[in-house]
Design a protein around this ligand. Sequence first.
Ligand SMILES: Cc1ncc(COP(=O)(O)O)c(C=O)c1O
Ligand SMILES: [Zn+2]
Length: 430
Amino acid sequence: MSVLGLTCTRCDAQYPLGPMFFGCPACADGPDRGTDDPGHGAVDLGRGAAALTVTYDYQAIAAELNVENWNRAGHGIWRFDALLPIRDPSVQISLGEGNTALVRPRKVCEATGLSNLFIKNETTNPTWAFKDRFHASSVSMAKSLGFSRITASTTGNHGASAAAYAAAAEMDSCIILCHPESSMLQRDMIALYGGHAFVLENRFKYLDTLIRDHGYYPSTTMTPMPTGTPYGIEGYKTIAFEIFVQLGGHVPDRMFCPIAAGDALFGPWKGFNEMRLLDLSDRNPVMHGVQPAGCNPYVQSFQQRRRDVIVHPDPSSIALSIRDDTGGPSALRAIYDSGGDATDVTEDEIIEAVRLLAHSGYLVEPSSAASVAGAIKAARAGRLAPDETVVCLVTGSGAKWPEVMAELSSREALVEPTWDEIKARAGLDG
Ligand SMILES: Cc1ncc(COP(=O)(O)O)c(C=O)c1O
Ligand SMILES: [Zn+2]
């Protein structure tokens, strides 16, 4: 068996795989968060909360691993199951996630002067976000542990994806706790997939009750909160495995990731690190976490060389999906380990990146474009060498945010225009 179990990210205590949703018991010396907790900002890592992570016997995996299998198309993330927590095909839930393109967006390459700048285009996943990799792994684990109820908290993408995978896994019930600014479309998606969407100012309020009293499996990230599942991040690792294959058996020099809880960076980093432990590569990419300037807890924590992530008061940004006021320490550790940084970008820089990507043919939401904005900023500051291979993680589609896209679209379509109006709008002569 190549999966060893769960390990505490702080004290290294080991536990068997199982329904462990409240972090490391050995580290839990503080009070429970309880349902009256004022919210996400109350996360206090000093109180003892520590996330768990899945660990493997890399020697055993190296002995059996056939990287040729990684080139096999189909079956979503499960072609990488030698490095995933579930080996039983009967509970490997998939909607055909992954296999996303690694492509050079023309306008962004021009803006950075880099010919090897790629986006890993996660917008083509089944629910149009990288979250599908998370839930393929996490909901499969729910199924294999015998759960029939799923819950998740979300700014939109995470919950829509959780509901889709709950449907795929034939779960009896799916409750999604949504941020008030999640898009109407995403709430409709949740309902159409068969889930129940609830909108709450404090979207973590009922999480503990649902888990402890009603048998719900939390398909929610375990960082920064101690409450959630350690199994979803395993799905994110497959982003690194795919990039490795797509670059012909190489790792990129750098990777830019848009981060909120931080798993969008920690997950791929864990994948790269595991390939290093398996001797498939000899280094990790330099990892850059990108946040909006109006909500940059990682940037402030990085600048202060902290090991934990501060809480940002009054976060603001158009990029709702990465507007969390704090994040988990695992991403910070990955940044330090790789010699990377946490960097922030202005609203204008995010919107410029949305437009450059759209003019290259890719419609992405502002949070996704933040990674590209971070790379453009670094290139303009002369921090990227022209021959470097840079990958920007583009996490979610603009198509799920119609209200935001309407705000960003510079031109409303003219209805029943005259020929003169068409000429004027399109800049035609004569
Ligand atoms: C589109 C998008 N990008 C990035 C992120 C950030 O991911 P994480 O919270 O794992 O850092 C999210 C999370 O909701 C997201 O929806
Ligand atoms: Zn511990």
